[in-house]
Design a protein around this ligand. Structure first.
Ligand code: S3P
Length: 445
């Protein structure tokens, strides 16, 4: 499937976006290992989260799903059953890396596989520390999937400093820490998203988090068992980011996104855009185990910035759309310390450079970042000064490249095409409908 995109007029309206992907994955994993029945409201019915759900069903967990309400009959920490076949996790790195931690502690062996993109992603980052805990896990010769996990008779505890700022590695080890006899400690120099910490606490699993000399130490105290609970999943900030940008760059727009997750380890994009001049108001804050709020966004003239590299883990998934913001801003934007972008569903530095090039933007790509010369888009309602050239853009089969490029093309002078957008359903299943409800002209072909 491709997207056909035309420049539209102002965006207006109020929408509720689908649930948070990271929280939805973790809710299924914890609910499956709990004792009793958990209810998950607002679950994200995307391909990635359904891959996690399906994998636990194959390990004997009874899971009922009606729209975005999921009821999970937990089997307890030691109740999973050996699946009849390999567990296929599609495009989902989060499923594969977090589940490796859980499966490392089971008394049966498993094999985890994925699609073409997932099969090309680095897995030694989780396999190395898990093997330090006494598990027996292997990948192919290049450290890529399939992951083969041998049966375990118990894991050793570990104190491990993350070599890469990655919530997936941290969370993998936190899950493995449920199967040790003494605590696992993970040290991170830059704080990454803390959804696993918050989800563990919600399920009553003891987690101690403290700051030590500028680093963060997360200690998981292994429980004997833990009880089921009810989880409300807020909307995904990373999905909201595409619509935030669309409203900012389309003249005379004014939109509201309801009940969006605003966990501070995820929302650095808000601060950065506000520093660039964005008019975004946060209201109706709900302080649950995961905070959420309504976001009102009005079109705004943006100015380029030099991004603080320490913010990168807290806006890693939003960088493609931040590149779009930078390309329309006045002045230059400099981004460094973002080499992890090359290890995502595609090489996102290369993929976004390709999109920006097609749209007529000047930039310089670096191994760990990019400099972008903003086109200084004019703001007038007639669309007479549209900044980008019309383009045919390759999504590199990456959902976030497809969506970021589609939003950019709503400011192109003529109809544009984004090729190969099927993967959008891995994270944002009703992206097209939502865009059109707000007034964008994006169609599938
Ligand atoms: C995720 C962590 C991030 C992010 C991914 C989801 C998670 O990956 O890019 O989309 O749910 O823990 P890394 O931990 O590899 O940075």
């Amino acid at each position: 499937m491709d997207f056909k995109v035309k420049a539209g007029s102002k965006l207006t309206g109020e929408v509720q976006l689908p649930g948070d992907k990271s929280i939805s994955h973790r809710s299924i994993m914890c609910a499956a290992l709990a004792e009793g029945t958990s209810v998950i409201n607002g679950f994200l019915n995307s391909e990635d989260c359904l891959a996690t759900l399906d994998a636990f069903s194959k390990m004997g967990v009874s899971i009922d799903r009606t729209d975005n309400k999921v009821v999970v009959q937990g089997v307890g920490l030691r109740g999973l059953k050996k699946p009849d076949s390999d567990l296929y996790l599609g495009n989902s790195g989060t499923s594969m890396r977090l589940m490796s931690g859980i499966l490392a502690g089971q008394n049966f062996s498993t094999v985890l596989t994925g699609d073409h993109s997932l099969s090309a992603r680095p897995m030694e980052r989780v396999v190395t520390p898990l093997n330090l805990m006494g598990s027996n896990i292997s990948t192919n010769l290049e450290g890529k999937p399939p992951i083969r996990i041998e049966s375990s008779s118990g894991l050793n505890s570990l104190s491990y400093e993350l070599p890469i700022a990655s919530a997936q590695i941290k969370s993998c080890l936190m899950f493995a820490g449920l199967y040790t006899s003494s605590p696992v400690t993970i040290i991170e120099q830059l704080q990454t998203r803390n959804h696993t910490e918050l989800m563990f606490k919600k399920f009553g699993i003891a987690v101690e988090v403290k700051e030590v000399g500028g680093a963060i130490e997360i200690k998981v105290i292994p429980p004997e068992s833990f009880l089921a609970t009810e989880i409300n999943v807020p909307s995904d900030f990373s999905s909201a980011a595409f619509l935030i940008l669309a409203a900012l760059i389309t003249p005379e727009s004014d939109i509201t996104l309801k009940n969006v997750g605003i966990n501070p380890t995820r929302t650095a994009l808000l601060e950065v855009l506000q520093d660039m001049g964005a008019n975004i108001k946060v209201s109706n804050i709900i302080k649950e185990y995961e905070p959420s709020a309504d976001l009102q966004i009005k079109s705004s003239k943006l100015t380029g910035i030099e991004l603080n590299p320490e913010l990168i883990p807290n806006l890693i998934d939003e960088l493609p759309i931040l590149f779009v913001a930078a390309s329309l801003a006045e002045g230059k934007t400099k981004i460094r310390g973002a080499e992890e972008l090359r290890a995502k569903e595609s090489d996102r530095l290369k993929a976004m450079s390709n999109s920006l090039n097609k749209l007529g933007v000047s930039f310089a790509e670096y191994p760990d970042g990019i400099d972008i010369k903003g086109l200084n888009q004019e703001f007038n309602s007639s669309n007479s000064g549209l900044p980008y050239k019309a383009a045919v853009i390759n999504s590199f089969d990456d959902h976030r490249i497809a969506m970021a490029s589609a939003i950019a093309c709503t400011r192109a002078r003529n109809e544009s095409n984004i090729e190969g957008v099927d993967n959008v359903i891995t994270s944002f299943p009703n992206f097209l409908d939502t865009c059109r409800r707000l007034g964008m002209e994006i169609y599938s072909t």
